[in-house]
Design a binder for this molecule. Structure first.
Ligand SMILES: [Cu+2]
Length: 257
């Protein structure tokens, strides 16, 4: 079974050599909550090809936490096994109690990817802003790698520009390559060809990148960097690619009268 999954991933790489981007995914049921009664969110954790809606198995993560006002709360024990895009995945529930910005972070176990001859580990982050307060959205969490937003990461319209800074071990990554993909729920869109599946931008000399979001929904930003540390696979040292992944919702404005 495991072999077949790997083969499927390899096969899709072969078929669409222009782009194969897997993304750690943490998708909450909403990105903002104004009233108490809508505040409880469900979260979906997966490892997927979001534009093509192809799942990959996500083993039980190493950690899953929510950060609020500088403190992390462990949510790992609340994870429930689920299926996302037909593959092993997880769900969680969380209810914010106080006004402010909640940051959810999943750290998966490293995933061995034979097609790339390396391990992949995507630190995956998303936000929930609650009860009208929005302070602190630009604070880094101090993760091994992360995208720190320069655009407020919630309450955005489709069509807005998003800017973020890529940090690896606390330092900006000049010229970092950032892959961008749409979570193509219900297969709402179709890429004209393989080049369009993953959008790609580069950061500037300060690790700052920009992307104009063309349509509404959830968008993932992934900055991938191979670190110096090696990991063993069948007694051979292999590269470990760290991903700083950020998922954000961009919304179509509601029509007025
Ligand atoms: Cu894959």
């Amino acid at each position: 079974m495991f072999k077949m999954v790997l083969f499927a991933c390899f096969f899709s790489l072969f078929m669409s050599s222009a782009a194969l981007a897997h993304f750690g995914m943490v998708i909450p049921s909403r990105s903002t909550a104004i009233s108490q009664k809508e505040a409880e969110v469900s979260l979906q954790l997966s490892f997927s090809h979001p534009m093509e809606m192809q799942g990959m198995p996500l083993a039980r993560p190493e950690s899953f936490s929510v950060y609020f006002e500088g403190r992390a709360e462990d949510l790992l024990s609340g994870l429930k096994a689920a299926q996302v895009m037909g593959k092993e995945a997880w769900t969680a529930r969380y209810t914010p109690k106080r006004p402010g910005v909640y940051q959810f972070v999943m750290k998966p176990v490293p995933y061995w990817e034979p097609a790339e001859d390396c391990f992949i580990q995507h630190y995956t982050k998303t936000y929930l802003a609650a009860f009208g307060e929005e302070e602190g959205w630009g604070d880094p969490l101090g993760l091994e790698t992360e995208i720190v937003p320069l655009t407020r990461p919630f309450g955005n319209y489709a069509g807005n520009i998003f800017q973020g800074r890529v940090l690896l071990q606390g330092k900006p990554v000049p010229w970092a390559e950032v892959e961008v993909e749409y979570y193509n729920q219900d297969n709402a869109y179709q890429a004209p060809d393989a080049y369009f599946v993953t959008q790609v931008v580069k950061a500037d000399s300060n690790g700052v990148f920009s992307y104009v979001v063309p349509f509404a929904g959830w968008w993932g930003f992934a900055a991938l960097n191979t670190i110096a540390d090696k990991m063993e696979y069948e007694e051979t040292p292999k590269d470990l690619e760290l991903g700083a992944v950020l998922w954000l919702e961009f919304v179509k404005p509601v029509n007025g009268k």
